[in-house]
Ligand binder design. Structure first.
Ligand code: ADP
Ligand code: 5GP
Length: 198
């Protein structure tokens, strides 16, 4: 059976991760997007169970205690975590798994599962990142500044990732992500059954 791979997508808030991933998911088969749990309030248009599992801090702590998370982290005043059971079920079913998570969570996942592929998505410029955050209209000016500060810190870890994609246009970014996922499935280690069967 086809083996699923796990792909981490990290990058500054507002760079376009959700936008790009929506197009990528429409393009590729056999991909499971991991729906995270968060204590942040839903934005307009976000649905519980689709974009996030929106839970309160007490429940988040309860899930930590029950070892429900593959990883979790605090980000600009809220908690975010990846529920383990859905990721494992998707992997068992041979699906690729995409985790849209920030850098602290990425480190935790890689330490537990070293074969995870890490992709960093960057904006074409800092000015464009700020423009996208403002245009999205979901965060106060103060929150936007906090997210931009955090983005600069996260950017310093970009060189530790396996791939670096610039989201200048959604089309280009999706094409590169699609190519990366395909290439990862063409590694000999992914095809050992065929190789050792010769
Ligand atoms: P993230 O998930 O990384 O926080 P979003 O997907 O919410 O970011 O995108 C932030 C804003 O930037 C949205 O208003 C989105 O429409 C816009 N956006 C995303 N990608 C691009 C792009 N390549 N060019 C211009 N605007 C973009
Ligand atoms: P946002 O509030 O903009 O939706 O997300 C803020 C940040 O949290 C983004 O960098 C996003 O990748 C990250 N994030 C979302 N879900 C998770 C998660 O489950 N774990 C971790 N560590 N980060 C997450």
């Amino acid at each position: 059976m086809r083996k699923g791979r796990t792909f981490i997508i990290s990058g500054p808030s507002g760079v376009g991760k959700s936008t790009v991933l929506k197009s990528l998911l429409a393009k590729r088969d056999n991909v499971y997007f991991s729906v995270s749990a968060t204590t942040r309030a839903p934005r307009e248009g976000e649905e519980d169970g689709v974009h996030y599992h929106f839970i309160d801090v007490d429940m988040f702590r309860d899930w930590i205690g029950k070892n429900e998370f593959l990883e979790y982290a605090e980000y600009v005043g809220n908690f975010y975590g990846t529920p383990k059971k859905y990721v494992d079920a998707a992997m068992d079913a041979g699906q690729d798994v995409i985790l849209d998570i920030e850098v602290q969570g990425a480190i935790q996942v890689v330490s537990k599962r070293p074969d995870t592929v890490r992709i960093f998505i960057a904006p074409p410029s800092w000015g464009e990142l700020e423009r996208r955050l403002v245009e999205r209209g979901t965060d106060s000016p103060e929150k936007i500044q906090k997210r931009l500060l955090r983005a600069k810190v996260e950017f310093q870890t970009a060189h530790t990732y396996d791939y670096f994609v610039i989201n200048d246009s959604v089309e280009n970014a999706v094409r590169e992500l699609d190519a990366i996922m395909t290439a990862e499935h063409c590694k000999p280690t992914e095809r050992m059954e065929i190789i050792s069967g010769q």
